[in-house]
Design a protein around this ligand. Sequence first.
Ligand code: C6P
Length: 410
Amino acid sequence: MNALEIRKDFPILNQLINGHPLVYLDSAASSQKPRQVIEALRHYYETNHSNVHRGVHTLGSRATEAYELAREKVARFIHAPSPEQVIFTRGTTESLNMVAYGYARAFLKPGDEIVLTPAEHHSNLVPWQQAAKATGATLKYIPLQADGTIRLEDVRATVSANTKIVAMAHVSNVLGTIHPIREIADVAHAVGAIMVVDGAQSVPHLPVDVQALDCDFLAFSGHKMLGPTGIGVLYGKRKWLDAMEPTYFGGEMIDVVELYDSTWKDTPWKFEGGTPIIAGAIGLAAAVDYLTDIGMEAVRDHDHRLAEYAFQQLKEIDGVTIYGPEDGRQRGGLVTFNVLNVHAHDVSTVLDAEGVAIRAGHHCAQPLMRILNVSSTARASFYLYNTESDIDKLAAAVRTAKEFFQHALG
Ligand code: C6P
């Protein structure tokens, strides 16, 4: 994988920010888009746009074909047994809410348990809190180790005969921790619970095979994997999708509508009420093609290498604390850190003045911030267009920030 060649496909990277070449290290928040994705959207709107599954005219057929082909490509990408198990949504947040509504609220009862980790993104936490309140189920948390990893023995000790759902990020958006989903799914299944995986940070960066993971649901977002914003995916095992009620009711998802009752289309179309996100799905398919051409093993190895390099570079700076696992094999393509006595927003502001874009804040994981005993952290996240030179610039800018504030504080 040649990151320097790949960069040429990303026009946005070729610009100066505050007089410096842009160093984009915020792909965990949202990735940039290659020409191929931008071109797929342009081509679709210029030649094939129409509504899908409705008109019998040529454009309607072309749009429908392209939309359903996108479903097939996404299914192949995550090794889903069939395209019908891929539902297009607006993103990870909507996908997880659909499971919390369609599965948890429908099937849980008082005394049932939902097992999570305290490191979850709010999108994989608040929907479960709401489902628990609505059904009388309770939430239980698997304890985190100091480095953000979890131990399988703690998973076994937390999951009980009352557990109905285990929900967890495959890769933490704050600590980068890669969780052993297959082993955890086995623990869940042994008590008859389902395994819900938040794949927002894994599907863009690792080879993900839903059959090998044996997860019951997988949620992810197109915009973090080179695709457009506004498109995401919910994968589910067929038996659950067929058993679930739709979340949205209206046009497109119905079979027969009478005055007092209606029936639904089959999975997945019953979950896609209203005009679907046609262009988004087509853009996501182009992103999947792009990633498939490069190969997800190569993407994973590249991101891993950069994260290791960043870890080493930042560790050498006095006063920098890095959070998350030391062992590079347990860490995805990001590094989260703080600089002693400097607020993460101030670090980020100085970095931006040097052209380096990182994210600072609570990263939508407030309970985890409390465990780390901080209000916010700085996070640099990497993708296939980043190079070692980007990380050298990150480390130099962090040194500048540190010196600037040391000087300012006297
Ligand atoms: N994390 C980050 O900077 P949406 O917003 O629906 O596309 O994705 C939500 C989401 C869910 N789970 C995880 C693990 C995530 O990382 C995210 C998005 C971004 O970390 C924006 S807060």
